[in-house]
Design a binder for this molecule. Structure first.
Ligand code: ADP
Ligand code: MG
Length: 225
């Protein structure tokens, strides 16, 4: 049985067919995933209060039921360092179609990965792990498994990536906390199994991993029609 707060979020999101980022992030937080601290604002005063509480630099993003891909409408600004830039960003984002608020989040760091799930009509929930960032569309470096994942499946998925060396510390780059990444994959598979009746697909893009942990920076939950 899903927590009441999750059921309420899913119910309210039905009319849009997908779960807005602040609500999706809340679901991931309720499931114990690490997410950046965030708040949603509609006024400059609120925005400044949230950003000061989080601490600059922050990221600002459009929240709109009409905007599934935020960067496509220039709806994401990273590295905002002061109140002035923040309020100017709010002014600009509030003109984008369907604006309901501006999400302000803590800046995360790390190697960008993608974790996804798709409800396949034949195989049921499938879990995807891939390298994220700018190269993602070019390399198509992904591994796939049927959910639910066992510890061994998660391990194999990581090992199957062509770019796995980037995870273990390539040419002096910091290695990623692989046990944490495995744990993240397994929790994600569990969440997808719990939500499979209502969810069409989920994209965590990116998840940022460091030597310490993995943090879900952007989440998108598409609902079944
Ligand atoms: P969308 O995928 O809808 O375009 P994202 O939320 O993924 O929007 O933001 C686009 C990019 O901005 C991300 O791929 C990431 O590189 C960067 N980004 C977004 N949120 C953060 C954050 N909290 N910390 C650091 N970088 C971020
Ligand atoms: Mg994204």
């Amino acid at each position: 049985m899903l927590k009441k707060e999750i059921r309420d979020i899913l119910e309210k999101s039905k009319k849009w067919g997908w779960v807005l980022e602040p609500d999706a992030q809340r679901i991931f937080a309720l499931y114990g995933f690490k997410i950046p601290e965030y708040g949603v604002s509609t006024t400059p005063e609120q925005a400044v209060a949230i950003a000061r509480k989080i601490g600059y630099p922050v990221v600002a993003k459009i929240v709109s039921p009409a905007v599934v891909h935020k960067s496509d409408v220039k709806g994401v600004v990273v590295g905002i360092k002061d109140d002035q830039t923040l309020t100017a960003t709010l002014k600009r984002l509030s003109k984008i179609e369907g604006f309901v608020g501006m999400l302000i989040a803590e800046m995360a760091k790390g190697l960008e990965l993608i974790i996804g799930a798709k409800n396949d009509f034949q195989f049921g929930p499938m879990i995807l792990l891939g390298m994220g960032g700018v190269g993602v569309e070019i390399y198509k470096d992904v591994s796939l498994r049927m959910a639910p994942l066992k510890a061994r499946d998660a391990e194999h998925m990581i090992n199957e990536l062509v770019a796995r060396k980037l995870l273990t510390g390539y040419r002096g780059s910091e290695p990623v906390n692989l046990p944490f990444l495995k744990k993240t994959l397994i929790s994600f598979s569990r969440l997808m199994m719990d939500l499979q009746d209502v969810v069409e697909s989920i994209d965590l893009n990116p998840v940022m991993c460091t030597a310490k942990s993995c943090i879900v920076v952007d989440s998108r939950i598409m609902l079944k029609q």
